[in-house]
Design a protein around this ligand. Structure first.
Ligand code: TYC
Length: 118
């Protein structure tokens, strides 16, 4: 019977590294960090109806009527208020959604995103 199958080498070659086959790995200096978080801040103005702001906060920030009303009143009284906190790209999307909804409805409502620890 023909046996042309090559045999594996009898001895495994030593791994690259030191003479004794050990390899020293450099310790990773940096751990993986959680994403930095951004808050979406809505700004007051004199023209956007309160009801519109409440609906926008409910629709895009997942708040119920009571929480959305509290946030709207805070913005109305203080000039600004945080609607939610998200990773950077999601916060930017929320801002775009709010600005587009406001623009379409003809209201000057503005909002911005900023790093949480400003
Ligand atoms: N100040 C507005 C009014 O009196 C209401 C308002 C609240 C507008 C919050 C914007 O982000 C805002 N109609």
């Amino acid at each position: 019977m023909a046996t042309n199958i090559p045999k594996p080498p009898a001895v495994k070659p030593p791994p690259a590294g030191g003479d004794d086959g050990t390899v020293v790995l450099e310790r990773l200096s940096q751990r993986v960090q959680p994403p930095s978080m951004y808050q979406v801040v809505m700004l007051n103005d004199d023209y956007t109806p309160m009801e519109f702001v409440v609906v926008v906060i409910q629709e895009f920030f997942g708040k119920d009527l009571e929480a959305a009303t509290q946030i709207m009143l805070k913005i109305h009284l203080d000039g600004r208020g945080v609607c939610g906190v998200y990773p950077k790209d999601i916060a930017a999307t929320k801002v775009d959604q709010v600005l587009e909804a406001a623009h379409k409805a003809g209201h000057p409502l503005k909002c911005v995103s900023e790093p949480v620890d400003l």
